[in-house]
Design a protein. Structure first.
Length: 271
């Protein structure tokens, strides 16, 4: 029996990368999954976002573990669509115990677009707010407690990110996620709902490993020098974050809340 047996987890950005890894890891621990992803492109993002076939693969991998999953295409910027996706999942799987606000973008363009600042704020920060806002009332009303993890970044604890609208917006949004986490930890704590953040260093996912972001780093010496971690790894794997999350949302971390947890191979400590 896994440590999340018969729990239901609501995960955004679940089509691939960290989101898919989290869905599979929590399913391996016994959780059923409500998976959401935009499955479409945002014009200011210079790399391909997840597609419907990516989300279908997440579904396949979760089901292969013998767990149930309800997957929907929804944009975290659209509160109504997000709420409908959550309600569809609850109707099939039951009430939510775990929330992972994971969806995010990094629109770091060599030639900045007119919308990249607003897009990254809207997805990374407002999208996280919408995710919690959709799930929290039902969890509070149910009275069974629960756990949330809001995905930030090492950029949420440092001044890295680059001097472009998208880079500055990314750093600002990830700092905002940590602030949102701390406020929600205080607000939801009396209802036995724990809220934490993870702060990843560079992670081997399509958001980081792509030609556009590689060119962005290479064009800015300060950014390229910011990448190395203290531990001798260039990047971590999404599973490293999923392992931390599986602990954070389990009873093993039942008194851990309001924490911004770096999973960063020592990146922040170096700053």
């Amino acid at each position: 029996m896994g440590k999340l047996e018969n729990k239901v987890a609501f995960i955004t950005g679940a089509a691939r990368g960290q989101g898919r890894s989290h869905a599979v890891r929590l399913a391996r621990e016994g959780a059923d999954i409500i998976a959401v992803d935009i499955c479409g492109q945002i014009d200011s993002v210079p790399y391909p976002l997840g597609k419907a076939e990516d989300l279908a693969l997440t579904v396949k991998e979760v089901r292969a573990l013998g767990r149930r999953i309800v997957a929907s295409e929804a944009d975290v910027r659209d509160f109504s669509a997000l709420e409908q996706a959550l309600e569809a999942g609850i109707k099939t799987l039951g009430p939510v115990d775990i929330v992972l606000a994971n969806a995010g973008i990094a629109p770091m363009n060599l030639t900045p677009s007119a919308t990249e600042w607003q897009d990254v704020i809207d997805v990374n920060l407002t999208g996280t707010y919408n995710t919690v806002r959709a799930a929290a009332p039902g969890m509070v009303e149910r009275g069974a407690g629960g756990a949330m993890v809001l995905t930030s970044s090492t950029c949420g604890a440092t001044g890295t990110g680059g001097n472009t609208p998208g880079g500055l917006g990314y750093t600002a949004s990830k700092h905002g996620v940590v602030g949102l986490m701390r406020a929600y930890a205080n607000y939801l704590g009396p209802h036995r709902i724990r809220v934490n953040s993870i702060l990843p260093t560079g992670t081997n996912t399509p958001m980081v490993v792509n030609d556009a972001l590689r060119a962005f780093f290479e064009a800015d010496p300060a950014m390229s020098q910011a990448e190395p971690n203290v531990l001798p790894v260039t990047m971590i794997e999404p599973e490293d974050l999923s392992n931390a999350i599986a602990w954070l949302v389990s009873d093993e971390a039942r008194y851990v809340t309001g924490v911004a947890l770096p999973v960063d191979a020592g990146f922040i400590n170096k700053k």
